[in-house]
Design a protein around this ligand. Structure first.
Ligand code: ACO
Length: 428
């Protein structure tokens, strides 16, 4: 039996090659379809379209499986660090101790920002959205690194860009927060871990060093690991698409920040807190909220629920849920929003609407409660996601270039007017 697929239209039969991935996913290769038949495929939202082959991340949404380079997210969450997982995602193997030391040293050395960037931060209004600042500032880094605006994706120059982006994204994030609360820039402390240094740059004061609680540092690191990659999601596809025009890495990841910002993607973690606060402060009955989310005439959605790929459970949500209690305990916080979230989850999981549509809590459902407990303001939640996602974006950008991919340029089925004649404005 042939392993190829066939498409039949208008009496003509066309054979299409198939490609079988390492986890037995089958893809029908349509790269020759238009040339051979004149037809294109139509898949708005790309739910059935594989845009590339990739060695980086594997997801089985039906079974709730997520693996970076073959390692399960559960094992990495338990045993790895964000720096080690970032190296793994970027390089395809777990680092030796010396490889890890070099990688971490490179990142640590790039934590500072050029002094003159101060004036850029000063130029933003105090209530500027941190995602807008982050995207602008990642692009601004290009102005300070003009010799690195290439599509180099191997070697020392590439390693330097990687160190700069992974390190400075955290400094930019902390600085944008401090600008918004009227505090001066806090220089990085190279003695601290990646996540510890981030907390220090966010919360230390010139006269009082922030006391890093190990459970909090570990939770931030875990949050970054869980967000480090997620195959061809909206923002990663954006980074690949922008990079496919041979745009440099600074500009490609800045575009990724824009894509991540929306509430249907990374912005959902902030939207979950807004939803829980709304329920809490207005005393809304959970059943009423769930009814509104089910009502097709109502725009309300159960934020933090549902996923394009996961149809049983999101393994990241499971891992995070377990850590929220631990962090709240370490910080001696009793958050009523956590109780509401747990109850809401139970109401939804027992509701036929959510069950029949395979809608389960996603990673954003519990991450907001964790970040809020640590003192990260809600408008910084999606920035946190972006910090964690950098290794994934960079790795996908690199893979796309190493595959020498053509510029991404989808087609369309035109449904507008046919040719018509222009009439002068006086005759309309
Ligand atoms: N609340 C209520 N109904 C929902 C929800 C939800 N959160 N999510 C999906 N549905 C319904 C849809 O209305 C649709 O119903 P229908 O079949 O009766 O028309 C059905 O479930 C299937 O949903 P789709 O729209 O096909 O799901 P899609 O894959 O397009 O969207 C998405 C996925 C965007 C995540 C969606 O579930 C959603 O908006 N969730 C809330 C926002 C959110 O939490 N986003 C974070 C995603 S994770 C991440 O980006 C890190």
């Amino acid at each position: 039996m042939s392993e190829n697929a066939f498409i039949e239209y208008d009496g003509k039969r066309q054979e299409l090659e198939t490609m079988i991935g390492s986890e037995n996913e089958v893809g029908v290769d349509i790269t020759q379809l238009r040339a051979k038949t004149g037809m294109i495929t139509l898949d708005p939202g790309y739910g059935n379209t594989g845009s590339c082959t990739s060695d980086i991340t594997y997801i089985d949404g039906d079974k709730g499986i997520l693996r970076y380079r073959g390692y399960s997210i559960e094992e990495l969450a338990q045993k790895s660090t964000f720096m080690e997982s970032a190296f793994l995602i970027l390089n395809g193997h777990l680092p030796s101790q010396s490889e890890l030391d070099v990688f971490e040293r490179g990142i640590s050395a790039e934590a500072g920002l050029h002094h003159s960037m101060n004036s850029h931060f000063d130029g933003f209004p105090a209530d500027a959205p941190p995602m807008a600042i982050l995207s602008s500032m990642l692009n601004t880094l290009a102005c300070y690194n003009t010799e690195l605006l290439t599509t180099e994706h191997e070697g020392e120059a590439f390693d330097l860009v990687v160190s700069k982006i992974i390190s400075k994204v955290r400094t930019i994030a902390a600085w944008s927060y401090r600008t918004s609360v009227g505090q001066a820039y806090m220089p990085p402390n190279p003695k601290l871990s990646y996540s510890g240094n981030f907390l220090h740059m966010m919360f230390s004061k010139p006269f009082e060093e922030y006391k890093i609680i190990p459970e909090v540092e570990a939770a931030i690191d875990l949050f970054f690991i869980l967000h480090a990659d997620h195959e061809q999601n909206c923002s990663t596809s954006t980074v690949r698409m922008v990079g496919s025009s041979r745009a440099n890495l600074f500009s490609s990841v800045a575009a990724g920040v824009g894509a991540l910002w929306g509430p249907l993607h990374g912005g959902a973690n902030a939207a979950v807190i807004d939803m829980l606060e709304d329920i809490h402060s207005n005393g809304i009955a959970l059943s009423d909220y769930v009814d509104a989310a089910k009502d097709k005439n109502n725009d309300t959605k159960l934020m933090g629920f549902g996923h394009r790929v996961y149809k049983s459970f999101d393994p990241r949500a499971k891992i995070l849920k377990g850590h929220v209690d631990r962090v709240l305990e370490a910080l001696d916080i009793d958050d009523p929003l956590l109780d509401i979230a747990k109850e809401l989850e139970q109401v939804a999981l027992n509701d036929e609407y959510f069950v029949s549509r395979n809608l389960y809590p996603n990673v954003d459902f519990y991450s907001g409660i964790l970040l809020r407990a640590i003192g990260i303001p809600v408008n910084m939640f999606t920035v946190m996601f972006a910090i964690g996602r950098m290794p994934g974006w960079i790795s996908n950008w690199r893979e796309m270039l190493s595959q020498n991919q053509r510029i991404c340029r989808p087609r369309q089925v035109y449904t507008g007017e046919n040719l018509r004649s222009y009439t002068p404005v006086s005759e309309r």
